[in-house]
Design a protein around this ligand. Sequence first.
Ligand code: HDE
Length: 704
Amino acid sequence: MANEQSTGDSLPTKVAAAKPDPAGALTTDVGNGGELHQRDSGTPLTTNQGVPVSDNQNSLRASTRGPTLLEDFILREKITHFDHERIPERIVHARGTGVHGVFELTESLAQYTTAKILTEVGEKTEVFARFSTVAGGAGSVDTPRDVRGFAVKMYTKEGNWDLVGNNIPVFFIQDAIKFPDLIHSVKMEPDRGFPQAASAHDTFWDFISLSPESLHMIMWAMSDRTLPRSLRMIEGFGIHSFRLLDAQGKSTFVKFHWRPRLGLQSTLWDEAVKIAGADPDFHRRDMFENVSAGNFPEWDLAVQLFTEEDAAKFPFDHLDSTKLIPEELIPLKVIGKMTLNRWPNNFFAETEQVAFCPSHVPPGLDFSNDPLLHGRLHSYLDTQLSRLGGPNFHQIPINAAKVPVSNNQRDGHMQMSQPVGRVAYEPNSLMKDGPRESTRGFRSFASAENGTHARIRSETFADHYSQARMFFNSQTAPEQTHMAAALVFELSKVEHPHIRETMVSHLRRVDETLAQRVATGLGMKKLPDPFPTDTPAEDMPPSPALQIIGKMKDTLQGRAVGVLVSDGSDSALVNAITAAITKAGADFKIIAPHIGEVELSDQSCLKVDGQLAGTPSVMFDAVAIILSDDAAAKLLKEAAAIDFVRDAFGHLKAIAVDAGAKALLDKAGVQADAGVVDAGNAAGFITAAKTRQWDREPKVRNLP
Ligand code: HDE
């Protein structure tokens, strides 16, 4: 039952003078600052036992200025509950943002599976999605360079299905036994307790340099995929191969992909770093604001389907989670759409307490033999036991299936159900309508396993470099440059030269030009020898589907534009540009030197969304600057204004400028290019704002 407590909607009324009552009679309240707290005006405030509380401002004292009494059970209950408000945060993916939504199937997979969620076209299934960073704690920032978790709980008619994926289709390691080491290496170093939410330190790169299997994932991690512009603009991947089973038990392998309808988009590293300071909640706020405003993000669910025979022909092993199946080899088939449309009521109750387990699958799905997946099938259930305190976490509303749950499991910490009757076992003859096995129940694929029982890694898992090379070769030139720059940045933070050298020796196995660029960036005089391997990279055809820039949608939809104005700004220009932004499906925020309102040239008033110093240009995809001459002259002395312009330019954004703004550009040393557009040319500005000005990059940054 919901814990009915004051919502805080009826705030205490402030009065000039409240009189203390020495006798402690309940006619008058004495609160801090002499606030009179309205009694009997809303829902009664109670203890957790339902006892109404008369005074929530003063603890029980032996005398007016005397000691507080242990007898005060109301104080003790309130403080004790508060002391226990925190539960252990997730060991990985602690920082997350959750949203409710719905999944609708558009194409049936009835040919391959019995799972109703994949066969009933038009059926809408409630979902809860949680997006996360991996390495940082729950209070860390939203924009470190990190993989993003993409976990979706689907409350299907046949029980919950948790598709617990990431925004990258491969992983660092091939075997679950290595996972604690990987995570320990990336987390804060144990002797010093830093760095928080960062892979740029010795222990991470030490581990990676000694784990060649991680090289493909490292290519992704050093790409702009780990710097998403918005959680609404990331892809999601189930990574492992799963199985679909039809009514005869025939198996087809499947990989799951989420594709954002808004398209992929990333930030630049310098931008992500500055966003971390300007708004540590950048992604959570972006999701909250858009879902609250009705801009519901949508993803297509697509599958890659293949048989055992197809898999035997792949030049890699699909059971190895460091490998992906190029779309050019097995095309994606779109089968449905997810729309996220409802912000949770309560962060803790839902986003924090949601428990995902890859082992939660409905009948008609099953697992492949991926050894990483098998480790996960154990780990998630286990972690919930300590994080949520016991085996009844499935009863917490956000985790509860939307179909009846009936079995003979009993008791345990925080048991919420009250089973009736004397039977708690099966088979039984005493409870005729008790829970029984079902012919529609979950079945595992009948596989014939044979081979050596041993701690062994398959030969087919030995190639660590071919797909790393394929990924690098598939990128556009600016994306390759960003990867080189990311490697230089990260390895420059590594204190031990031998770790840097080992990493460059691995890069020589991936791509010689990349290795050379990174080595030069690290000030190395000569290249180390390539890392010894029996399995050097084979050239694979590039896969353009792995790009971000090449795949960017020609749209401003879902993006945000910052419009910097002042008192006296030209109203016609401001109105035309804001109308064009809205027409393009984007959002705009009005920024000004002061909060409140600005009075435009035609005396109309415009509400200000953000004060200049607190709303830097890194928060936006493009900016428009329309200033009166007076304001422009004043802002020439304002560092926040100069930074606004310099960063917008440095981050390759389109900038719309009027005459006043041009002075600001000059002061910032910005030499206008095609991305700097006259504010009178709203259409030209919108076109430029749909992409970054990639040609500008070599002019503003020395890249490796
Ligand atoms: Fe996880 N992972 N993981 N992981 N993972 C957890 O479970 C684990 C892996 C992923 O929003 C934990 O409830 C092992 C791959 C997401 O609540 C834990 C291995 C992928 C989330 C755990 C992996 C993921 C987690 C921590 C190697 C992408 C956040 C808290 C075998 C396919 C879910 C929790 C959320 C969370 C274990 C590798 C995705 C400890 C042992 C590969 C999105 O159980």
